[in-house]
Design a protein. Structure first.
Length: 166
């Protein structure tokens, strides 16, 4: 049963990896402003699978009032990993109403080794699950969500249209 669950969870990762390889990263993503803990954050918006797969991977710095808003096509249970992330990143998963359902302080993982297959690399990355169906996720610099006092059950104002306006 555990092997079947792992296989089912791996399918979206493989599909996103293929999409990420097929589509070059846009030079500038659209942004939207979100208030978190009384502070305004300008977040890059990740709507498509390729951008969501990359997330903030590869970044060596995240502005204290920056990050990324993931807008999923539908609510679903999901998990993030620290793929190609050399710095700590916080993630908050939100339901369709913008209510925080899970928060994680994600720590950097050792980089993929030259002799390591993509599958082996992906399988050793620690998953940070949403727990419940999420429509949104927000990534910020490591430690920011705790510093702001964000907690499960808090509500953030997120609109599905706002990221399209910019």
């Amino acid at each position: 049963m555990r092997a079947l669950r792992a296989a089912v969870l791996a399918i979206p990762v493989v599909l996103a990896a293929v999409a990420a390889q097929a589509q070059p990263l846009a030079t500038k993503l659209p942004t939207t402003d979100v208030m978190i803990g009384g502070e305004r954050f300008t977040l890059e918006v990740a709507r498509d699978p390729a951008t969501q797969f990359r997330g903030l991977g590869g970044r060596t710095h995240i502005d204290p009032h920056g990050g990324m808003l993931f807008v999923f096509a539908y609510s679903h249970s999901t998990a993030f990993v620290m793929r190609d992330c050399p710095i700590a990143i916080d993630v908050a998963f939100l339901d369709r109403d913008g209510r925080v359902i899970a928060i994680h302080e994600m720590q950097p993982e050792p980089p993929r080794r030259a002799d390591e297959s993509a599958g082996a690399y992906e399988s050793r990355l620690r998953p940070y699950p949403s727990g419940l169906p999420a429509l949104y996720a927000i990534e910020t610099a490591g430690g920011r969500l705790r510093a702001l006092g964000l907690r499960g059950g808090d509500k953030l104002e997120i609109t599905r249209e706002a990221p399209l306006a910019r």
